[in-house]
Design a protein around this ligand. Structure first.
Ligand code: UTP
Length: 290
């Protein structure tokens, strides 16, 4: 079955990027000239996704407004002859069919995904973590969709993380299949001891899940941090039917982390067709004084 739906959980509290996220969701933090979540929606669209559900819990208005039409602003742009900006602004509202739902309590990523049940129905769907922006020529979500279509199993985006950081992430038991694809048969969220570490591969940012995840989530008890962890539910899938791990190409930026937001700004600005050259010259000037 074709994957046309994506869920973007964006209801976290963003405590690692306070005070910026006191009143604004971290998914709305700006990278150069767009909020983080727009990069994610664009990746979804470039991956063949047509319907997107954004899970929010506060600051909902600002995200809805961003993907809506803005008549007053649009008229002003037209009146002042700014056709290019007008076209860009209008195109944001036409990217995809975007829906919103509230996660009423911040009970974890697994709980947020379970709020998407009626939107998803009985179809495979992508989950795109709202604070992970991935930039690359081949959209990461699309790479996972291809792996799902090839193996008929849920697919998770994986990356190797440093040994001294694995305790902050999930750790996966994997066997190499071919190229950048792995078979995953077990996983643990935030391993506490060295013995619990299954490998340095962790799930980062994206997955394509089958709808049986919802029944599993219904029976998943709070895990690490007292939250209902998506990893704990995916573990059941990995142990029973297996999951495909995709070491996707593309650079991931963690918008839930202050250093991650700075890296995203610098690197994405350098790729910008207009700002790239003057920004590079500025960086070189600054770097020479460091
Ligand atoms: P994180 O664990 O990074 O989000 O979840 P957080 O809770 O905001 O993190 P802290 O407070 O900085 O440590 C990954 C993704 O899942 C969403 C977040 O918005 C983020 O995009 N999420 C997390 C939810 O939608 N609901 C939740 O209950 C938890």
């Amino acid at each position: 079955m074709k994957v046309t739906k994506a869920v973007i959980p964006a209801a976290g509290l963003g405590t690692r990027v306070l005070p910026a996220t006191k009143a604004m969701p971290k998914e709305m933090l700006t990278i150069v000239d767009k909020p983080a979540i727009q990069y994610i929606v664009e990746e979804a669209v470039n991956s063949g996704i047509t319907d997107i559900l954004i899970i929010t819990n506060r600051g909902k208005g600002i995200m809805e407004d961003h993907f809506d039409r803005a008549p007053e602003l649009e008229n002003r742009l037209l009146e002042s002859g700014k056709q290019d900006v007008y076209d860009e602004i209008v195109s944001i509202s036409k990217l995809a069919n975007i829906f919103f739902i509230r996660q009423k309590e911040t009970k974890g990523l697994g709980h947020a995904v379970s709020c998407a049940r009626s939107f998803v129905g009985n179809e495979p769907f992508a989950v795109m973590y709202g604070d992970d922006v991935i930039i690359g020529d081949d959209p990461a979500c699309g790479q996972l969709i291809r792996a799902y279509e090839k193996y008929g199993k849920a697919a998770v985006g994986i990356k190797a993380v440093p040994e001294d950081a694995i305790h902050k992430y999930s750790s996966l038991k994997v066997d190499h299949l071919e190229g950048n694809l792995y078979s995953c048969t077990d996983m643990v969220e935030k391993p506490k001891t060295k013995e619990e570490v299954l490998s340095l591969f962790s799930i980062l940012g994206r997955c394509v899940l089958t709808p049986d995840i919802f029944d599993i989530l219904d029976h998943t008890l709070p895990g690490a941090g007292g939250e209902i962890q998506l990893t704990d539910a995916m573990r059941t899938l990995a142990q029973t039917v297996g999951i495909t791990g995709v070491d996707y190409t593309g650079k991931r930026y963690d918008m839930g982390d202050k250093l991650g937001t700075l890296q995203a700004t610098v690197e994405i600005a350098l790729r910008n067709p207009v700002l790239g050259a003057p920004f590079k010259a500025y960086l070189k000037e600054i770097a020479a004084t460091l």
